[in-house]
Design a protein around this ligand. Structure first.
Ligand SMILES: *[C@@H]1O[C@H](CO)[C@@H](O)[C@H](O)[C@H]1NC(C)=O
Ligand SMILES: *[C@@H]1O[C@H](CO)[C@@H](O)[C@H](O)[C@H]1NC(C)=O
Ligand SMILES: *[C@@H]1O[C@H](CO)[C@@H](O)[C@H](O)[C@H]1NC(C)=O
Ligand SMILES: *[C@@H]1O[C@H](CO)[C@@H](O)[C@H](O)[C@H]1NC(C)=O
Ligand SMILES: *[C@@H]1O[C@H](CO)[C@@H](O)[C@H](O)[C@H]1NC(C)=O
Ligand SMILES: *[C@@H]1O[C@H](CO)[C@@H](O)[C@H](O)[C@H]1NC(C)=O
Ligand SMILES: *[C@@H]1O[C@H](CO)[C@@H](O)[C@H](O)[C@H]1NC(C)=O
Ligand SMILES: *[C@@H]1O[C@H](CO)[C@@H](O)[C@H](O)[C@H]1NC(C)=O
Length: 455
């Protein structure tokens, strides 16, 4: 866990007071649940809706729709994979807009052979460019689903399935069990399917409402703990008032010396042939050799100080030679986001987690066709923006690292921050010596809340 929460660990060793330890121990015993909970997106989930549209002689036709209700976590290429276990001896006669990865043993069928006879089918989306007669609305995006806050219209994925050997009335049909979702890796846990009020559909001309014969819902939630991913991004800091650039923590996402050939030097001759050997497509990250070894670095520079405003420059740099990030997003937390006055060249949306009153969290993403595409590592592999904040004179200060972000997520992953005692200080800032126990406690508590979010 340590690379995730250097501030917490750093503080503990530095100010290892029994009070903090006691506090942490006490609170951790109260929160032992492994349930997914993200404090910045408490209601975030992927809802799978299964609408029976018609009964057939031996089963039914259903439209399955996945809604990504997560504010900032999207599903990137190579996309989602959905699985379930049939309750009885169901088969899939046919699918529109998706397919199962395996047909299974259909040997007992003569003549008309089902699309899939497996007890636990595994379904994937079709690719863009699928012929129109094999498509339905919201299908065929290679399993890519955008985040709700960023693109609600693109946060939906659907397919149609014709099920045989199933019940043919709402009394005999059985809901499938054990839904599993890979998006694209692990991290999601799905609830059992629950019969809900039938969905109503508005016809295309908006003049008639139809409704499903029967509907059930499955809710899948994400937990970084289950995903067990190594960090994928880190944060570096600088300011106009101090020459020091505080880099990403060493080994934030991995160590250069751990495995030989785990990274490439940007000066390597014949770089292109190392990155993508001819005739091979490889999706595992291949990063540029750096001390942090992260695919993504976010740099926060405190750039200017005006009388009533201050200005920050944010740069996102891609160190991964094998990834173009499309539809990237950034979530940043800083107390001054309640008075963000202007933002240049990124889209912005305020997220109001917790109580709905504190407005200190912002979601940022690229402008379509301008900088929503973050190129693979190289000279074009960065995007940047400037933020103008209005000072609230009662809280604003350049002291004690206040001007730096509290936490940053890139594409929903928590980025590794430098330890707070390494932040650039104002000349003559007494930060190091006078940091009070109260502050230490507050910071420790805050970090602990972050920890909880992933427990
Ligand atoms: C899933 O997200 C939707 C939209 O935010 C919300 O209405 C619903 O209550 C959530 N479901 C669960 C089980 O959290
Ligand atoms: C099944 O359908 C009947 C009417 O056709 C309805 O009264 C009943 O509530 C339905 N049951 C379920 C479980 O949907
Ligand atoms: C649910 O599915 C997972 C993965 O397909 C499998 O490992 C697990 O045993 C299944 N559980 C049940 C109760 O079928
Ligand atoms: C079922 O999912 C749909 C998704 O559109 C949602 O609107 C509805 O509230 C869900 N129902 C329940 C009971 O979770
Ligand atoms: C690898 O590098 C890190 C940081 O540079 C260092 O702390 C660690 O001791 C090194 N490990 C080995 C096995 O050389
Ligand atoms: C990224 O995009 C560029 C330009 O469209 C393309 O040449 C390159 O092959 C892409 N790289 C990857 C890894 O997809
Ligand atoms: C923003 O700044 C103004 C002026 O300093 C202040 O009155 C206000 O409370 C601040 N917060 C918000 C949310 O506007
Ligand atoms: C700048 O900040 C660093 C801590 O990151 C500190 O060591 C250094 O003394 C500061 N420089 C000045 C001129 O205060």
């Amino acid at each position: 866990m340590e690379p995730h929460f250097p501030s917490f660990a750093g503080l503990l060793t530095k100010l290892c007071t029994p009070t903090i330890l006691l506090l942490v121990l006490l609170s951790s015993s109260t929160f032992t649940s492994t349930e997914a909970y993200d404090a910045l997106d408490p209601n975030g989930n992927i809802t799978i809706k299964w609408d029976i549209i018609s009964w057939t002689p031996d089963g039914y036709v259903a439209t399955v729709t996945m809604f990504n209700f997560q504010q900032y976590r999207h599903i990137q290429a190579p996309g989602w994979t959905l699985g379930w276990t049939w309750a009885k001896k169901e088969v899939i006669w046919s699918m529109v807009g998706s397919q199962t990865t395996e047909q299974g043993d259909c040997s007992k069928y003569k003549g008309n052979v089902p699309h899939c006879c497996k007890k636990t089918p595994t379904v994937v989306d079709l690719l863009p460019g699928t012929p129109y007669n094999q498509q339905i609305a919201n299908c065929c995006k290679g399993g890519v689903i955008n985040a709700w806050a960023q693109d609600p219209a693109g946060a939906v994925s659907s397919f149609q399935v014709s099920v045989g050997a199933a019940g043919t009335t709402n009394k005999t049909v059985r809901v499938p069990k054990n839904f599993t979702l890979l998006a694209p890796g692990p991290g999601y846990t799905c609830s059992p399917a629950k019969v809900v009020r039938p969905t109503k559909f508005l016809t295309a001309d908006k003049r008639r409402v139809t409704q499903a014969l029967m509907t059930w819902n499955v809710t899948c939630t994400y937990s970084q703990f289950l995903a067990q991913k190594t960090p994928t991004c880190c944060v570096s800091l600088s300011s106009f008032y101090n020459d020091t650039i505080v880099g990403c923590p060493t080994c934030a996402c991995g160590c250069q010396n751990k495995t030989a050939g785990s990274c490439v030097n940007s000066k390597t001759p014949h770089l292109a042939s190392v990155v993508s050997p001819p005739g091979k497509t490889d999706l595992t990250p291949l990063v540029q050799c750096t001390s942090h070894m992260c695919p993504i670095r976010i740099h926060w520079h405190v750039k200017l100080n005006y009388k009533e405003y201050w200005r920050v420059k944010v740069t996102i740099t891609n160190f991964n030679y094998r990834m173009n990030y499309t539809q990237w997003n950034l979530v940043m937390q800083h107390p001054n986001f309640d008075n963000l006055t202007q933002i240049f060249s990124f889209n912005y949306k305020s997220l109001t987690p917790y109580d709905g009153f504190t407005d200190d969290t912002a979601m940022l993403w690229g402008v379509k066709f301008y900088n929503d595409f973050l190129s693979q590592a190289g000279p074009l592999g960065n995007v940047q923006s400037e933020l103008l904040f209005r000072k609230d004179q009662s809280t604003f200060t350049f002291e004690k690292g206040w001007a730096f972000p509290r936490r940053i997520y890139f594409n929903g992953d928590n980025c590794v921050m430098p330890p707070p005692d390494a932040y650039p200080w104002l000349p003559n800032d007494g930060y190091q010596s006078t940091m009070s126990l109260l502050q230490a406690l507050t910071t420790a508590l805050l970090s602990f809340i972050v920890l909880l979010a992933y427990a």
